[in-house]
Each structure stands twice: as C-alpha cells, then as structure tokens.
Ligand binder design. Sequence first.
Ligand code: SF4
Length: 118
Amino acid sequence: MEKEIICTVCPRGCHIKVVGDDKNVQSLEGYGCKRGVDYATAEFISPVRILTTTVKIDGNDADLLPVRSNKPLPKDKLFECMEIIRKTSVKLPIKQYDVVISNICDSGADIVASKSVL
Ligand code: SF4
C-alpha cells in the first residue's frame, strides 16, 4: 500500500510518500526532518483526529453546543463516536471543558464542551 501524507507538524507541509502495510512502514520519501518521519508513520499506521462537532441542548431547538474530543480519536472510530454524539443532548448551564460524554467508544477520550453556555 502506498499513501501520500502531508505533514502538518510545521508550515512547510512536506508531502511524504509512505509505502507499507497495516502494521509496518517500509519506506518514506519527501520528509524534511525526523518529526515528519514520526508524524507520517503514526498517520499511516494509526491515523487519529480531534473530533469537533455539536450536540443538542435540552429544551432548545434553535441552538447547539459546540463540543470536541479532549484527545485525538482513532479515525476508524469517528463514525461510531458521531452516532453516540448525535443521540446526546445536554442540560444548561454548561461550562467550557465540562465533560459531555466520558470515555467515548472506550477510546479513553472525553467529549467536552468547547464553550460555556449559561
Ligand atoms: S517533515 Fe519536518 S520540515 Fe517537513 S513539514 Fe514535517 S515537520 Fe516540517
């Protein structure tokens, strides 16, 4: 398998070509420094993302609460996490960083409020 990964560690944005399989990287080309090697290896084998979205607010159909994961989540769990978030609603007031969903999908990450809504 071959994949081109754009390194986001610094603004140079190197395009790194990675060749390997599900568990191992065989070769990398195009990186500008060691940090890119680490980034592209992790992104190739086990990509993760911070999830940012919104949840419903009880008794308020007009507004939504912005939320985010407090740690990066495995990319292949994002859909499952979104299904849980979609079924969730919060009661106000809520403060920034309050936990809305704990340990979502057994990932070790919490979904937290991105802002206070009083
Ligand atoms: S590989 Fe190094 S130089 Fe290139 S974008 Fe990543 S951090 Fe920057």
